[in-house]
Design a protein around this ligand. Structure first.
Ligand SMILES: [Zn+2]
Length: 455
């Protein structure tokens, strides 16, 4: 069976994908809209003759077949905001120069629609599954994955699953994620009256500003110094003092080395010119214990392992003013590292500067053995469609696979040689790759339906 013939309804799939993309389901701004995208999928599933269930306002499933066991594919239909700089309408499907464009076309509405049509293709071709197959759909993935917490609080855990919400081939290791708030009860800086950077902890801030109370000589010195440093710095006199606006480069917190952290660079420039003491204990900590490094070496937590690579640290948000003095760190640690040791080390180092460190979010790492049955199954599906075995890889990113308690992994939809721009302007995938992904997903579900044993 070649992938062109795995189903004959590619056109109706893309039409339905267009309808799904037109629902602006930005969960961080409009949860009701994200819920509508979920409802749309469930009603499509129902029209196709599947059993559907809405489990909570932001989660539900579409089920095919009968049997004791359950296998699943997990997708999300919420998206991040469109942002600026699109060359097409973000909330619609546009085909242009051999690519499909639209917010969510890769992450993750396209794969959700492909999975639904894969189930339909199996049903239409008369496959009688040996077990139940579920498309599990969430609508709060982009805002912390509480959707799957709700879902699995009442629904059974599948014995094997995959989530097409990353790259090909198979993601066998996802680093642990620790998000930590470091705070001081008050701003003890004598020079710095305000500092602000970042909105999301899981992103490298590309903008930061500081308000300082300094003399003209100090100001001139600061400008000369900043001119020679990475990033861009703008100076402005205001009623409240000198305002310095720093611009860096945004990146995801799982790859902080790919960005330029506007916050840590600005702190470094201020510290080099004025000394750390006048910047207060929080900035001293950020400059000394983290600095411009993203590997945690100054904190004494850098480490690395073979399955998942090196630890990373990102300073995602800093907020200092009259009332607040805190920063948020995002640490991605290797699967074999000891998270409590990392937390203790950060706590100790923060308390040395009189600061308090508190874990506000902890997602455990995921690691699957290469010979696990679900890995063998996905390998086979990929090989059948692509004619070559998939690569196994690790990521610092997080997917629904973490919620599966080592029963599933991330698998597709993006191919390594395709720049898909997820969470960015012009999110897109080549038509060829989208067809290929749909074929692989269909093949994986067919194997899940027909395999004698999945555990
Ligand atoms: Zn996603």
């Amino acid at each position: 069976m070649t992938y062109e013939t795995t189903f004959d309804s590619f056109n109706s799939m893309t039409q339905d994908l267009d309808r799904l993309l037109r629902i602006p389901s930005v969960s961080s701004e409009d949860p009701a809209s994200a819920g509508k995208a979920l409802d749309f999928m469930l009603s499509l599933g129902q029209e196709m003759g599947f059993v559907t269930k809405k489990v909570g306002p932001d989660c539900g499933h579409i089920e095919f077949g009968e049997g004791e066991e359950l296998a699943a594919v997990l997708c999300h239909v919420d998206v991040v905001p469109a942002g600026n700089g699109w060359s097409t309408e973000p909330f619609a499907l546009t085909e242009k120069n051999g690519r499909y464009y639209g917010r969510g076309v890769v992450d993750d509405k396209g794969p959700a629609m492909a999975a639904l049509y894969a189930l339909k293709a199996l049903k239409d071709s008369g496959v009688i599954p040996r077990r139940r197959l579920r498309l599990i759909i969430g609508a709060s993935e982009e805002i912390g994955m509480h959707d799957m917490e709700t879902y699995f609080a009442s629904e059974e855990m599948p014995c094997a699953a995959f989530t097409p919400d990353s790259d090909y081939g198979i993601c066998v290791a996802e680093k642990g994620i620790l998000q930590i708030e470091v705070s001081s009860p008050y701003n003890d800086a004598t020079l710095l009256t305000e500092f602000c950077a970042g909105r999301a902890i899981n992103a490298v801030p590309d903008k930061a500003y500081a308000l300082v109370d300094c003399t003209e000589t100090e100001d001139n010195q600061l400008r000369r110094y900043a001119d020679a440093k990475p990033g861009q710095y703008d100076f402005l006199y205001t009623m409240d003092g000198l305002r310095i606006d720093a611009s860096g480069k945004a990146a995801h917190a799982s790859t902080p080395e790919a960005g330029l952290n506007a916050a840590t660079h600005l702190i470094r420039i201020l510290a080099a010119n004025f000394g750390q003491i006048v910047l207060g204990s929080l900035c001293s900590f950020l400059d000394d214990a983290i600095g411009l490094e993203t590997d945690g070496s100054a904190l004494g937590i850098s480490c690395s392992d073979k399955p998942s690579g090196a630890l990373t640290v990102n300073v995602g948000r800093v907020e200092i003013n009259d009332n607040i003095c805190k920063a948020f760190l995002d640490v991605r640690y290797p699967v074999t590292a000891d998270s409590s040791e990392i937390v203790n080390r950060i706590r100790e180092r923060a308390s040395y500067d009189g600061l308090r460190a508190r874990v506000i979010n902890h997602e455990l790492p995921l690691f699957m053995e290469e010979n696990a049955p679900v890995i063998a199954l996905l390998r086979k599906a990929y090989q059948t469609v692509c004619g070559e075995p998939p690569a196994l890889y690790a990521t610092g990113g997080g997917t629904y696979a973490r919620t599966l308690q080592n029963r599933g992994v991330a698998f597709g939809p993006a191919f390594p040689d395709d720049e898909v721009h997820i969470h960015d302007a012009d999110e897109s995938i080549s038509v060829e790759h989208f067809r290929l992904h749909t074929a692989i997903c269909t093949e994986a579900l067919r194997l899940m339906a027909e395999a004698e044993s999945l555990s």
